[in-house]
Design a protein around this ligand. Structure first.
Ligand SMILES: [Zn+2]
Length: 212
């Protein structure tokens, strides 16, 4: 099992501004993003995600084939405005993920489990949107440009993604943050080498030890 902090760091490292995060601030972004997701999940313990979507009048549309954009398969997409929220679930790519989700001691996800993970993730974004409390906006900005009389700052958008993973984990009682399945999928479908993944995890574990 890989620790939440490490998987959170895997996600954060995908942020365009990741390299602008001061090393001593990494732990802060990880801890706070995880906390926001976990805390949001508390209010919904024991509920069913499909029922929750219905209660909140979230429209769900299942699409048979995978959506591929620039070679990346999308599994879920959401559109939100003041009046309406709609989530599209791409059955083909979710099935593909489920089929490739077994790894060593980890059991293969069923299609339903994979579906619930994606719905819970999008439901968290819905909660952010409907409360207008976006995790990325709750956290401190990073300095992207520092000149003598001018400072430019920006948000770490991926902190919302970390929180959404933490929400899904807590809400569904998963053992690990669900972005682990993105990597397992890549390894099982030969798009990433196992060693490459293990090396990345090792590197992040070392980074975390150094900052703690
Ligand atoms: Zn997301």
């Amino acid at each position: 099992m890989i620790k939440d902090e490490v998987l959170a760091l895997c996600e954060l490292s995908n942020d365009l501004l990741y390299h602008k995060i001061p090393k001593e601030k990494l732990a802060y972004y990880i801890k706070e993003s995880l906390r926001h997701g976990r805390e949001a999940a508390k209010a919904y313990q024991g509920k069913d995600i499909l029922a929750l979507c219905e209660e909140n009048r979230i429209e769900i549309e299942y699409i048979k084939e995978s959506k591929k954009t620039y070679g990346v398969s999308f599994r879920a997409q959401a559109e939100m405005d003041k009046k309406h929220t709609k989530i599209w679930l791409y059955e083909g790519s979710i099935k593909e993920l489920a089929k490739n989700s077994g790894y060593e001691e980890r059991k293969t996800l069923t299609y339903e489990e994979a579906l619930k993970i994606h719905l819970s993730h999008e439901f968290f974004h819905y909660l952010e949107y409907s409360s207008q409390h976006f995790v990325a906006e709750q956290l401190e900005e990073v300095v992207t440009l520092q000149l003598p009389f001018f400072t430019r700052k920006a948000r770490i958008q991926r902190s919302s993604e970390v929180a959404a993973h933490a929400f899904a984990k807590e809400f569904l009682g998963l053992k690990e943050l669900p972005n682990i399945y993105d990597y397992i999928y890549l390894i099982n479908s030969n798009k990433m080498k196992k060693d490459q993944f293990l090396q990345m995890v090792k590197g992040f574990e070392a980074d975390l030890e150094n900052i703690n």
